[in-house]
Design a binder for this molecule. Sequence first.
Ligand code: G6P
Length: 746
Amino acid sequence: MPDAQTPTTTRGVRAAYEMIVVSNRLPVDYVESADGTPGWRSSPGGLVTALEPVMRAEDGAWIGWAGVADREFEPFAHDGIEIIPVPLTADELEDYYEGFSNDTLWPLYHDVIAPPSFHREWWDAYVRVNRRFADAAIEAAAEGAVVWVHDYQLQLVPKMLREARPDLVIGFFNHIPFPAYGIYSQLPWRRQVIEGLLGADVVGFQRAADAGNFTRAVRRLFGYATRGSIIEVPEEDGELRRVVARHFPISIDAAGFEEIARRPEVQERAAEIRRNLGDPETIMLGVDRLDYTKGIRHRMKAFGELLRDGRLSVEDATLVQVASPSRERVETYRQLRDEIELMVGRLNGDHGELGHPAISYLHHGYPREEMVALYLAADVMLVTALRDGMNLVAKEYVACRFDDDGVLLLSEFTGASDELRQAVLVNPHDIEGLKDAMIAAVEMPKGERARRMRALRRRVQSNDVANWSATFLEALTGAGKIPAGVSDSLSAAVSRLAGTERLLVALDFDGTLAPLVDRPEDARASARARAAVERLIASDDTRVAFVSGRSLESLREVADPPEGVLLSGSHGVELQLDDGGVTIELRDVEHARLARLTELLEDAASEADGAWVEHKPAGLALHTRRLPVTVGAALQHSARERIEDELPGITVRSGKAVIEFAVRSSDKGESLTRVRQYLGSTAVLYVGDDVTDEDAFAVLDVDDVGVKVGQGKSLAGHRVRGTEDVALLLETLADAREAAREHTSR
Ligand code: G6P
């Protein structure tokens, strides 16, 4: 049964999200049960399965349609994901979704297996609805946010976003094929669609061939220069903007599927399915949305002929076909259903026996556990799509077969066949070939089945959905370009620094010296980083400072700084130099403001369970990381309004799920400058990972070196991937400094 859940809403919240997914469908559809009870149910299709895990991890917002026409819903949280529904009227549903998306683009992009229809009013609706989705993202996105737009229904959104919000980082991923130019060029709006897509920074496809088709279409229609996966798009100001177009084959939560498959009750269910089917020798399985691209007719035809010719019998082999309902108001889909159901009836009538049907045909969707039990029961999985962007069913089957058994028969016209080379590959149009392949699959010896399945499983496990999204997001945000370790240019910069007379090494703590953890009090610098810091400060010509947003008290506790390390806390409000503690002296008026601020903020925090206030010498921070994003954002927003109203001129700084108020202003840049002047340093290395470190990068001189840890926009000249590489960088610097010293003393 669907996992229905009562909708919850957090009304009227406008939040600024750092990561937004935009897709036609939300991960949940609105449903009303027979007695009229409203609820939300997981929606169909591979996209949702692929993105749900990513979104939960990112604390992002998902913008999409709730699956029903003429209904408006407020934003709400579902299973840890913030949902922002976009409404569609019944007319728009007809023209934009059923019409242009699924009766123009879908058949066109799937190599015109069915004839596409071109209607100008459908196009108009497509433009209008794309605008609505774009507007929702424009409103919800934080400054510089990453917006990831999905699939053929929303190809105009990237350009609309770029025009309104050039600050955004925009990605697009096409889940379905992109056709060869000879086919694509039939589209009357072929230029507008490509212009829409080129609004993105990265346009992703399933297969290299899809990316190639797209790049060729760009060249043919616009004549833009392309080099490998880079397209140079001329901007109005004469600048060239580089758009990346390449393949990122999507995948599944392989470990999640395997975990379900290993459950005893799921295995028991698989055995039960087998018994219920009359204990045949071979169970063949097809699992598809009921779509003409899936080649369901071809596989049934081949199976029927094998029965007719006596190469298989219903006692030996049975076919289970799950065909989940899809797009039932589109005429081509209606016809398909009739044809399939006619075929099923004929085959069962001609070949079935009591207790031994030829085909068990199931026109429903099933919960994941039941699907996994079916995969485990199936000796041969039939994926015979005539054209398919990827086909995640093939990957799900492989992920579930931890017993290294079962045969995957896979159409070479699926994206998955680029990766799953050890499957039995077929051309589904070649019915004789398909029949032979089905027999080969049925008769395949156990050793060969195991060998092939092991190889398939390695592939699916190593490129799982987390890997897919990380690879895409890395390409999008630039982190993918950060080389592991210390890059050549960074090590050259380190060698230059090593020769300086009085060196200052200033280091942010959380996310730089210490990996980020769930509970701030658990943060600890890595042993390697600490050892390198100790080597650096062993000599008087090198000083180290820890520069943090934490209060000095909290910094001392978690960082346990070695003797001689200088400390800057509370974003530079507190400074500890060599003469010991420099706790700040608040003036009377600051004291009074801090007292009032404390009252106001404690008051605000008490409004939501899970919010808490952190006390600092000259300010307070309100933490909302344990609340749903919209609730946290609303709480921060109302607290900020009240506080700014009562305490004008107060310093406000917002971070990840935290907002800080200070009665004395300072930032890491001011603090770095003070430390540097105090020490008379001749050069500085500054390393940091957060937005607040940008103030420090901004005050660096030309001969200084700034290193940003991880992805995100930055003024720093260099990057490393993470805290391990920070430790390596500090070790490299310590080596170089010692070598330089030896050199001068010789
Ligand atoms: C394919 C498309 C998705 C779509 C899904 C279900 O996987 O790539 O974008 O959501 O089919 O189709 P539907 O029309 O029901 O959303």
